[in-house]
Design a protein around this ligand. Structure first.
Ligand SMILES: C[S@@+](CC[C@H](N)C(=O)[O-])C[C@H]1O[C@@H](n2cnc3c(N)ncnc32)[C@H](O)[C@@H]1O
Length: 182
């Protein structure tokens, strides 16, 4: 397991054996989706990714991918999570973010890494998170050239919703949604 996946697994353990619904925003080859679906047999997971060329190039190598490379990644993600076909819900939004209808126990944001994209993915998903759940983002404080803006975007979002940002292993940061009794 990669450090980001270990960190997510440890965050999701808070739900115990309950039936839970989560979302991964930015799925690529489905490696993290597969880990989560395998670790948590009671998890239903929204796998959200357009698997389409980006509207503009960024420092992120994936932004230079053509349609065929994205389609190959999509096919790989389908194969990687086939064992949990009844518990995965694949959404391929075009030109916008997508989120699950109804409540999510958690969302893992790992799509485009520029400031505006991270901010809007957090803003869009946060209202979908139920009390006691969390929203997490990848590449927080990762010094790589394509991820430099992630920390500021997540810190600013934390300030916006008046919640502390926690950071853990594998460049994962998260914000807990208070439960009603908090
Ligand atoms: C860094 S990769 C994801 C890696 C994956 N989370 C993992 O842990 O293996 C980024 C992915 O985000 C996707 N993406 C780009 N824009 C998106 C958007 N607006 N919503 C969801 N996913 C997006 C890309 O197609 C790409 O597959």
């Amino acid at each position: 397991m990669e450090p980001r996946q270990e960190q997510l697994v440890s965050l999701i353990r808070r739900f115990g054996d309950a039936q839970i619904v989560g979302a991964e925003v930015g799925v690529l080859h489905g490696e993290t989706s597969a880990v989560l679906l395998r670790e948590f047999p009671e998890l239903t997971l929204y796998m959200i990714d357009p698997w389409q060329p980006y509207p503009q190039q960024t420092a992120d190598t994936i932004s230079r991918w053509g349609a065929a490379q994205h389609e190959a990644a999509f096919q790989k993600s389908i194969k990687a999570t086939k064992f949990a076909a009844s518990r995965r819900i694949i959404l391929r939004p075009v030109g916008c973010s997508a989120s699950a209808p109804g409540g999510l126990d958690f969302a893992f944001i790992d799509a485009q890494h520029d400031y505006d994209s991270v901010s809007s993915d957090f803003r869009f998903s946060w209202p979908q998170i139920s009390g006691g759940g969390f929203i997490a983002g990848h590449d927080y404080d990762n010094p790589g050239p394509s991820t430099l803006e992630v920390k500021a975007a997540i810190d600013d979002f934390g300030a916006e919703v008046n919640r502390p940002v926690h950071s853990g292993d594998g460049y994962v940061a998260w914000i807990d949604k208070p439960s009603r009794k908090d």
